[in-house]
Design a protein around this ligand. Structure first.
Ligand code: HXC
Length: 514
């Protein structure tokens, strides 16, 4: 056979694989409002950058008539490409081929591209759309998942791992995304759960739809499993692309720097925060007032909204922001917000992204619910994460910094490199009202006019402690600053911290309060 004819045969073979599970299955996929696996890869990656491998891999299963079935590519596409020029490794499960179910060869393709990503030190993107373990392949499928989970863990903190849920992701399959850094979900398309509605009906007698059990909204608002919520696949791909611009390709590189830009003039930092400490405001406006082009890329926007986390740039360089949100629950720390912030701090630390923390909180949320939900254990995660982090850490105390909240939000004592406070900052063991009620209880009770006495004592306490100068006098705060100086000082802090070096004691690893 001439080479020309061999090339023609190659094209024919390729075309067959490109049909995936066939026209009918593709029609069903489209009818569900979903793109096909290949369309997804092409929409996400830079034009003509995608190169596919292992397209002729075949499954080896023989039981249950599997020997009669041709499963093109064994239901998963793997390859390399670029996103805005950044090299990446990618896999996308093809639901049109046996429901994207994971058999032995399917798993081997995924682990091969994961190993590639680790060797090449580039981000890994996994698009999940699968009925889970291929039932006909038994323990081989389970082995496949185990191999994936092991690699997810080994790669954690070395290369960015991004999971995209674009269909079902059920049973043990959910644990691979859960081990990765960022999970993207799309309304009405993504479904993620351990036990499906059928099992729940059988075991518990309860009826629930897949969407209500584990749809994108559930995981973005209630469980916190999803980091990004989109209303369409294309919007989701735009979010992934934007994330890639903010993070480094691996843990020995810095995120690419951009040309510095000033914040937009509509965000006037001096007029965002109300003078009355009881009035709320949107902390994201403060972040927008200091980041380049006022472009703040929020992570986990809809879950534990009493704390805000996300990326922005200061003078062209990526920074991770953690900030209390006075708009929600007065910005208190609780079980979920501690978890959310702690994990983000660890992400930034692993990938050499400097941290900026904005503080305005009345402390930890009191109550039986929180105590019984383990606020001690969860709250400790944040202390651990900040203490452990060796990236440059800058803290700005905007208004309230009370009690344990003051310490936990990257105080000097957890080794913030720079701590700045606005003149309206109140740094104390607790709010003036609570403090006066406790330490002056006797005087208040015995006074002729207890209300008048209470007000007088609150004022006394406020005058003494509800300001930044007591902390500044001890050097816990490095400088009390005019709010308008905030960006200038952040630019400076990040610039002078570039070669920050911290010597940590030799140990295998710590034991954080997971
Ligand atoms: C083999 C599967 C499959 C699976 C789907 N298919 N899931 N084949 N193993 N796990 C096949 C179907 O037989 C069908 O093949 C095709 O994929 C499309 O599936 P449909 O059911 O027609 O699609 P749809 O109606 O959209 O429903 C999708 C679904 C449903 C909700 C995902 O297929 C489903 O419930 N599947 C089983 C899910 C599950 O229980 N998986 C195992 C979880 S246990 P044909 O040939 O008819 O087109 C698990 C353990 C892992 O994953 C533990 C790791 C630690």
């Amino acid at each position: 056979m001439s080479l020309k004819r061999k090339v023609l045969e190659l094209k024919k073979r390729r075309d067959q694989v490109l049909l995936g599970g066939g026209e009918k299955a593709i029609e069903k996929q489209v009818a569900m409002g979903k793109l096909t696996a290949r369309e997804r890869i092409l929409a996400l990656l830079d034009k003509e950058s995608f190169h596919e491998y292992d397209m002729f891999v075949e499954h080896e299963a023989r039981d249950f008539d599997m020997d009669k079935k041709i499963l093109h590519g064994d239901g998963v596409i793997i390859g390399t490409g670029t996103v805005y020029g950044a090299p990446i490794c990618i896999f996308a499960q093809d639901f049109t081929v046996a429901g994207g179910s994971l058999g032995l060869m399917h798993a081997r393709k995924i682990t091969k591209i994961m190993d590639h990503a680790m060797k090449l030190r580039v981000p890994l993107i996994g698009i999940n759309d699968s009925g889970g373990a291929r039932i006909q392949e038994g323990v081989n499928s389970l082995a496949g998942y185990g191999e994936i989970f092991f690699r997810n863990t080994a790669a954690s903190g070395v290369i960015p791992q991004i999971s995209v849920i674009l269909g079902p992701c059920a049973g043990g399959a959910v644990y691979s995304p859960a081990l990765t850094d960022f999970v993207f979900m799309v309304d009405n398309i993504s479904k993620m759960f351990i036990t499906g509605p059928e099992v729940i009906k059988t075991v518990l007698g309860e009826e629930i739809s897949m969407e209500d059990l584990g749809g994108a909204r559930v995981h973005s608002e209630i469980t916190g499993n999803a980091h990004f919520f989109a209303t369409s696949e294309l919007e989701c791909f735009d979010q992934i692309k934007k994330l890639i611009t903010f993070i480094p390709w691996n843990n020995s590189k810095k995120a690419l720097a951009f040309a510095p830009k000033k914040p937009k003039s509509k965000y006037k930092i001096e007029s965002i925060v109300p003078g009355d400490p009881k009035l709320p405001y949107d902390i994201r406006d403060v972040i927008r007032a200091v980041v380049d082009d006022s472009d703040f890329f929020e992570v986990q926007e809809y879950w534990a909204a009493n704390i805000v986390i996300g990326f922005g740039r200061i003078n062209g360089e990526t920074v991770g922001f953690v900030a209390n949100q006075p708009l929600v629950l007065a910005g208190v720390l609780d079980v979920d917000s501690s978890d959310k912030a702690a994990r983000f701090v660890r992400y930034c630390d692993a990938f050499d992204i400097p941290l900026v923390t904005f503080v305005d909180l009345p402390g930890y949320l009191p109550g039986v619910d929180q105590e019984h939900a383990g606020v001690i254990r969860h709250g400790a995660k944040l202390l651990y994460a900040y203490s452990e982090a060796t990236v440059p850490k800058t803290t700005v105390i905007i208004r309230k910094a009370y009690g344990g909240g003051y310490i936990a939000m990257c105080s000097r004592h957890l080794r913030a490199d720079f701590v700045f406070a606005w003149p309206g900052a109140e740094i104390a063991v607790m709010g003036p009202e609570g403090a006066a009620n406790i330490i002056f209880r006797k005087e208040i009770m015995e006074a002729e006019d207890p209300e008048k006495m209470r007000k007088q004592k609150i004022k006394e306490y406020k005058d003494k402690f509800a300001n930044p100068y007591v902390a500044a006098a001890k050097g816990y705060v490095d400088a009390v600053i005019d709010p308008e100086e905030t960006r200038k000082l952040l630019v400076h802090a990040i610039q002078v911290s570039k070669d920050k070096t911290v010597y940590t004691p030799n140990k295998k690893h710590g034991i954080p309060p997971f």
